[in-house]
Design a protein around this ligand. Sequence first.
Ligand SMILES: Nc1ncnc2c1ncn2[C@@H]1O[C@H](COP(=O)(O)OP(=O)(O)OP(=O)(O)O)[C@@H](O)[C@H]1O
Length: 801
Amino acid sequence: MINISRLTGYKKKDVRNLLLILQEFVITYKDNKVKINYKSRPVILFLSTLIGTAGVGLYFTVKNILTKYNEYILNEKLARPALIRQSSTILKNGSREIFIPKGKNKVSSIIIPKPNLDTYAADKYLYKNFVINQRIQEQKKGVLFSSKFLNQLTIIWRILIPKFYCKNTSLLLSQCFFLLMRTWLSLLVAKLDGQIVKNLIAANGRKFSRDLIYWLLIAFPASYTNAAIKYLDSRLSLGFRTNLTRYIHDMYLDKAMAYYKISLNTNDIENIDQYITNDVAKFSDSLSGLFSSMGKPFIDLIFFSVYLRDNLGSGAIIGIFANYFLTAVLLKRATPSFGKLSSRRTHLEGAYFNDQLNLMTNCEEIGFYKGSIIEKSKLQESFSNLMIHVNKEINISFAYSVLEDYVLKYTWSAWGYIFAGLPVFLDEIWPAETAKSEKKSEVNERQNMRQFIINKRLMLSLADAGSRLMYSIKEVNQLTGYTDRVFDLLTNLHKVHSPRYDFGSKFGFKDFNGTIQNNYNDGVRFEKIPVIIPSKDGSEAVPLINDLGFSIKQNKNLLILGSNGCGKTSIARIIAGLWPLYRGLLSKPNDDDIFYLPQKTYFTTGNLRDQIIYPYSYNDMLEMGYNDDYLYHILREVKLEHLLKREGNFNVVKEWKDVFSGGEKQRISIARVLFKNPKVVILDESTNAVSTDVEDYLFELLQKKKISFITLSHRPLLMKYHDFILEIEDQDHWKFHDLSSEENLKSIDNEIKDIESKLSQVEKWEKRKIDIENYLDGMYEDIDVESSIELPSTLMPKTGM
Ligand SMILES: Nc1ncnc2c1ncn2[C@@H]1O[C@H](COP(=O)(O)OP(=O)(O)OP(=O)(O)O)[C@@H](O)[C@H]1O
């Protein structure tokens, strides 16, 4: 026979008691004595959760059906959804509709609300004032409490929850509701727990069974509430991240070109991609997590202490809280600055990630240079820096965890036991007068036990709530780090977004005294403009050209000549608004009428069509009334029609920067000009990789299309396509020539003669080279390659030209 006592470890007496209880159970069920009160809280809660869940389920089902229906209509409406993929369109109210691929040949759409530029303009003063106030605060010594974190959070909060009636508010309110609900349910569960133990001791099977049923009923809303808190936590984090990212994208990617200007500002912000992708996500997670990790214990603390005060008296509550306060002070002192640690880790992770990205982006160039060893050592260095820091963080966390666990888990629980036991012991020392008879004392004992169980549960929950609050000190600390980084990002975005924005004397952009005349229809005009490299804080750094002045009429072409690094591209940077205009007057056509071809052609992710129409989208192209036939025509004009034959069609997606040759890249750039058809195009060494005959052809093509061009180059040979030359010698010396004037024509003739004589010398050289090669070929036929070769003095190359 199986020995139950040996198996379970229970004594025979225990097993007998258990069997008796089970027997009673069976009897009570048989007699149908268990009475469920349908108006009791567990039943009502269970039913309301059931109805609520069904309601929520129905809501989401209907919503899902509607979304699917809308997608169906959208896909029906768009003749060829596959072509619309990854594109967007502007709606009448200014919102942007983005089409996102969904399955094969299908798209779904998301509406991005129109950015509220007025809000952004107003917001920048919040950031400016904060920076100024912070500087004043830093000068004050011995400040007891620094509200920096709270102030930063208050400012960012306006982005997270921009108005009361928004999705995030409803998520936050629902979160509060469920947090309150959970605390209330914990109270009910604690009471029920005590009740069940009491029934067990009293061997009241009927009540025991009833309470067990209540327990199972209440478990449903309790589990639902726990899951809802976790769900809302994630949704809230997503909501925060969405709002923040939209705000950042609006500021980062608009006409102000903050994405470029912020790169000049590397003093404050390094690896901005890391800030936008990683820090914003971590900040959102950390903040939304803090609501549940701090909100719940906070509510628990209030509820439980009010309840316990009735049972244990105010003295006990004061004792408990005095303990909390003391340990909080102790832990606060012992807490390392996790905020700074996590902020540093994020920075180091960003640096390592960037090194990896750099390797991937430039793999071909690195391959040619055989740069594996140096790249490896760089990667190793940034990885080691990261590892050293993570190691330090782990060590610091270990020591703190020991202290934290000892104090919060064990000391506080012991404290809880003491206070929960107090009423029992006090009752034993001073028994109540009413409990004189034996029966009454028995009842009292059970009552005491019930009360002890409730108090113990609440005390432990209270200790748990308190300890979780203390644990969240660490989380708050981490949040401080993330908030600081996100705030830094937003501050710098505001700083560079507005050209005249001033953050105080050090960071001020207040030297911008130049005037820009847009919509100038008579060409491009520079008047006394200094070309200056901006410093990292936006002020004037290195002057390149002083008081530059010239004017070219519409339909005239200008060649800017000068040696490497003299400031040719910098002139284009000023026209494009990438660099500030410190002084002088710049008159230029509308931004839509100027197009810039940078030295290095940029290729976007996407198909072949996207490369030709960049920076437009396919939808833009359709709206402009163009189609693929027109693109083919453009390709033929730049002599690239073979590309279409080679690739098959315009929808082929490839890593285009690796696919095109140097010359093809430049011709694609010219194709972009033809597609855009601007009044003026700035060509920065845009034809130096194509052969001279193609170069001739391309310049003539632009002339035929009546597109004026400003060419930046160091090759005087290009002057034949231009009407004006701006020759830059150094900072103070530059000359502007009108090539149509007699005098200049003469000087050009001279220059051409000079070039021709140089060319004839080159030809002589070529001939001499061929002679040498022929001679060497003859030698190799009968001479051992290893042996030294002595050339006859007549065939020795002369040094210099
Ligand atoms: N962001 C920057 N920060 C610091 N210096 C810069 C920056 N951009 C350009 N410079 C410097 O400004 C000078 C002029 O640069 P620019 O690109 O205008 O030369 P360039 O005349 O176009 O030369 P190239 O013919 O080689 O293209 C160079 O010495 C360059 O190093």
